[in-house]
Write a protein that binds this ligand. Structure first.
Ligand SMILES: [Zn+2]
Length: 215
């Protein structure tokens, strides 16, 4: 998430709501039409974007294990050097095959601050989680914590999630409980040597969906 854009959605939503709730005083026909359009747009938005907090997920196919975490940690350390020098996110899916072994899709190269993993519905193994890196350190981006959209996407896709940050933090998005936890902290995965922690933005050990929504 770009820092300068962080407050934009709230501001836009607020403006829209004010436009809708304040009754027009002697408004022109043109104004009324605009009000009706706004009401329609708000209704449409509400239908299309279901709040992820209300989504009921199917149970996890198998409980998270130390083996799964070790597999993910090795995979991240394979990808981090490329993701950091390339300044791009890389993403994919992990899970278990028919024999019970952990498997992953080939990392997809994304953009500076987004990446679209394969659709888990078409994977040829039992998907447990998405994974993605956050690329190189950039002081203009919040990269050390999962974004609201990171957790939202996992909930909508029916998966958990793993994230590696430029500072070498390893996050687990527990989508069913709507909480992100640091599996381990700064420098526990391969990190960007340029990374500097921001004293004004300390990183917590956990964030709930609602915590992330507030960013
Ligand atoms: Zn992310």
């Amino acid at each position: 998430m770009r820092r300068s854009d962080a407050r934009l959605p709230d501001h836009v939503a607020e403006t829209g709501l004010q436009g809708w709730t304040v009754p027009p005083r002697g408004g022109t026909v043109r104004h009324m039409k605009r009000m009706m359009f706004l009401a329609f747009a708000l209704l449409l938005g509400a239908c299309l974007a279901q709040d992820p907090a209300s989504i009921e997920m199917a149970p996890r196919a198998q409980p998270q294990s130390q083996g799964e975490i070790a597999f993910m940690s090795r995979l991240f350390n394979d990808i981090q050097p490329t993701s950091i020098t390339d300044r791009r996110e890389y993403c994919g899916l992990i899970g278990v095959d028919a024999g019970g072994s952990f498997v992953a899709t080939e990392p997809v190269r994304g953009r500076v601050s987004s990446c679209l993993p394969p659709d888990p519905r078409f994977a040829d193994f039992q998907v447990l989680a998405s994974y993605h890196t956050h690329g190189a350190w950039d002081p203009d981006y919040y990269t050390e914590v999962p974004s609201f959209d990171d957790m939202r996407t996992d909930i909508e896709d029916g998966t958990d999630g793993y994230i590696a940050t430029p500072g070498g933090r390893f996050w687990y998005v527990d989508a069913r409980n709507q909480i992100a936890r640091q599996v381990c902290g700064r420098g526990c995965l391969i990190a960007d040597p340029a990374y500097r922690s921001d004293p004004d933005d300390p990183v917590s050990a956990t964030y709930t969906l609602d915590d992330l929504r507030a960013f």
